[in-house]
Design a protein. Sequence first.
Length: 456
Amino acid sequence: MELKVRPALDAGFAPLSVALRDFSEEVKQRGGQKLGIAIWRDDERVMSFSFDALRDGVDDARNLRIAERVAKTLLWIYGGAKLIVSGSRVVYEHIRSAFCASGARAFDAAFMARVYEHPFEVAYAGGVENAPTAREDASPIGRHLDGCRIGFDAGGSDRKVSAVIDGQAVYSEEVVWHPKVQTDPEYHYRGILEAMKTAASHMPRVDAIGVSSAGIYIDNRIMAASLFLKVSDEDFERRVKNMYIDAARQFGDVPLEVANDGDVTALAGAMELNDGNVMGIAMGTSEAGGFVDGAGNITGWLNELAFVPVDANPDAMRDEWSGDTGCGVKYFSQDGVIKLAPAAGIALDESLSPGEKLKVVQAHMAQGHEGARKIYASIGVYLGYTLAFYAMFYEINHVLLMGRVTSGEGGDLVLAKAQEVLRTEYPQLKMQVNLPDEKSRRVGQSVAAASLPQIG
């Protein structure tokens, strides 16, 4: 695999965007067949994708690996309870064996079944002419600036809240907390309620509450979220699922809207740029993704980019949650920074939390440490190639980068290297990659979150 730009600290990086580009050229030379992979959520929402693959029997190992990576990508971008393969029964059998209780992608299948409250299944449609037709359900959300609003952003290392009056933030704060290591959900509830009460104290009243939070939300209910990683399944069902609804009730019968923090990042970008087809990527405790389409609507897609594979290197770092290798969480989060620290010559005390380790690297960066610069430059290279991969599935005009990893000079270096990769390897892509100003990087999501609910 030939790369024009390489990450200084990761010689083995094999971007999926390049792997698929090389695969496409191989198919042209050796002959291929059309494959279809669709993700079914319900009868009103289906994502359908097709691509050219090698004919069955030509190089099945390579063919099946690529098909499985594409299927996993589609599943985490869109989200659904059924995966439908068309065009090759060989590929279907492989995908079905991977996405089952005893398969390599058992985590993915179980996760989708839990979120969508439906047993997960893989089906075969026959020829590609039988592939399901794509159906989408994008909806307008956010951009409401009237009244007195609370905007809350729940991160894995800190929580941010803003008091917003008629579109202007009159108060914002960040508070360090450690939700991912807490087993008692009352820790989370107290933190959420305290933040909201603090914001409320800076306004004459509360008209609406908007929440930006890592995870998956349906009707303001928490279906899955890494913030509650240590909470038992019983306590999750009993106390966590309705936690934001319960907290909002303390302020009366006011409108509440809870959205994935990646979607709120995209919304913040669309509001700032006054444009559509905006992808938001928040690099913090994990990688959060979101997307606002050309009409300015949040798509309703899952956009869980943390679990989308980006590196085809079989020796890439394994994600301890999903058990898979080469997924975005290990490249575009504080985990990505920590992963590269040893190669950069930066020793990190294992007794520190991940957020504290990130601060150590950021301090080195501020002091001009060459190893720290290589960390952020490497992440920028990762990002450039990965944005080209995302562009296979999204129509992207703008990318807005936010989160703790993008703070300070490190964020500027990530941006510069990503732009270099896109300019050098993918000049046909015209997407603009943006970093908001420093204040917006830190608290912009909580302000955008405040605009989520409509009053009246």
